[in-house]
Design a protein around this ligand. Structure first.
Ligand code: NZQ
Ligand code: ZN
Length: 390
């Protein structure tokens, strides 16, 4: 077991109609002039944005709006947002949407609060000294960005997708109304469930420092999301299942399910980020397409964790050798992905990279992690290429 810091300063306001509390929350955290940042328009079509601006108008809080954060959000819009905030004297960012709008808002916040090019933080050149406060109204359970310290941005030049993590970026509040996720396309619901589980699996498959309490929380979370993802596949309007998944999404990535371990593996995410940058695939689907190949490549190096996962999460039959049980667990995950129509390889993800493209992704991934990375197994560029090829 390792020592750890656990810091989750985000005030969570969870339940039906909670978006009506947005003005009070903005005031509580000192916002006087907002930038409302959102994605491609789902919040316009659902009427949520109008409800939010009506509430702010009634409370006398002024704001400007900026939509257009695309999935795998772009640096160009971040620059635009920074300029707008400076011009309008914005002192609080309100992200209304999913991980893309939230991450883009965090990046804008870093850009306003720090001198110089905001990309420097994503390019590992320097650390941010602050961030404009960010509040969130969440519309998709997936990334956990509503409580996490991370922001992932794609630089259009070279299609480089990079994450930056800092406690300054943790949102001040997160409004989570599970009803808001009911307008999601089924595919995005499934992508979200996959991403949520992966945030805890990345922490779970590690070779260093484990705590029984952390493992129990992680296994319970994973079983809960798996069960409710299958419920939502058949019954997307099920409020209780939406709520279980939404709260799990925050807990899966706010640090709770990694306390005491070595920081986790994270290579499935790193491998996916190259796919997301180059092919603009949905993050959760990209993770599902990579995971099986990653797992089969590394499981022998982390057998005790794969066996525990197979028995306690995927609840496979406890017979045969440890390796047989571990492999049964990996197959059970792939079966689960098929049940919720997630891909289990790149072809099913809808992409067919050439050998050169695979090599380029492995190269960029290795550069992105500083040469090698992983805990279940430390991977270098050759390993990354082998997994992409698998
Ligand atoms: O853009 P709009 O029109 O809003 O539509 C979105 C988008 O097309 C739609 N959507 C969201 N809520 C909806 C809805 N459609 C109907 N009804 C609703 N209630 O769903 C699509 C996906 O939205 P997006 O915000 O892109 O999804 P997600 O939350 O999965 O975010 C993905 C991004 O977050 C990054 C990913 O790499 C990707 O760039 N990640 C961020 C992390 C973090 N900050 O901690 C961690 C993750 O591992 C991840 O890397
Ligand atoms: Zn993720």
């Amino acid at each position: 077991m390792f020592d750890f810091n656990y810091f989750t300063p985000t005030k969570v306001v969870f339940g039906k109609n909670t978006e009506a509390k947005v003005a009070d929350l903005v005031k509580e955290f000192g916002g006087t002039k907002l930038l409302i940042h959102y994605g491609g328009g789902s919040v316009v079509r659902s009427g949520l944005l109008k409800r939010v601006t009506d509430t702010l108008d009634a409370a006398g809080i002024s704001y400007v709006t900026l939509g257009g954060a695309v999935p795998n959000p772009h640096l160009g819009l971040v620059y635009e947002g920074i300029e707008l905030c400076k011009k309008e004297g914005v002192d609080f960012l309100l992200a209304v949407g999913g991980g893309s709008a939230i991450d883009s808002a965090k990046a804008i916040g870093y850009g306003v609060a720090n001198e110089g090019d905001v990309w420097d933080f994503y390019d590992y050149k320097r650390q941010a000294k602050g961030c404009l406060p960010v509040g969130v109204i969440l519309t998709i359970a997936a990334t956990g960005s509503e409580m996490s310290d991370s922001s992932v941005i794609t630089k259009e030049d070279g299609l480089v997708k990079r994450g930056y993590s800092s406690d300054f970026g943790r949102p001040k509040f997160a409004i989570m109304n599970p009803e808001l996720t009911m307008t999601l396309p089924d595919y995005q619901t499934a992508c979200g469930c996959t991403d949520i589980m992966m945030h805890t699996m990345e922490r779970y498959f590690s070779n260093g420092g484990n705590m029984e309490i952390t493992d129990s929380l992680a296994e319970g979370l994973l079983r809960t999301v798996k069960k409710n993802a299958l419920i939502l596949y058949k019954d997307p309007k099920n409020y209780d299942a939406r709520a279980e998944v939404m709260w799990a999404g925050s807990l899966a990535h706010n640090g709770l399910t990694g306390c005491g371990n070595d920081g986790g593996d994270w290579m499935t995410h790193k491998l996916e980020h190259e796919l997301g940058g180059l092919y603009d695939v949905a993050h959760g689907a990209g993770l599902a397409a990579i995971w099986g190949s990653w797992a089969r490549y590394v499981y022998k190096n982390c057998l005790h964790r794969f066996k525990k996962f197979a028995l306690n999460v995927m609840e496979v039959e406890n017979s045969g050798s440890d390796e047989e049980i571990a492999l049964r667990g990996i197959e059970a995950v792939e079966d689960f992905y098929r049940q919720i129509e997630m891909p289990t390889n790149l072809r099913e993800l809808g992409i067919n990279p050439t050998e050169d493209e695979l090599a380029l992704m492995a190269k960029k991934c290795a550069i992105g992690v500083g040469g090698e990375k992983g805990s279940a197994k430390v991977l270098n560029e050759a390993d990354m290429l082998a997994i992409y090829k698998a």
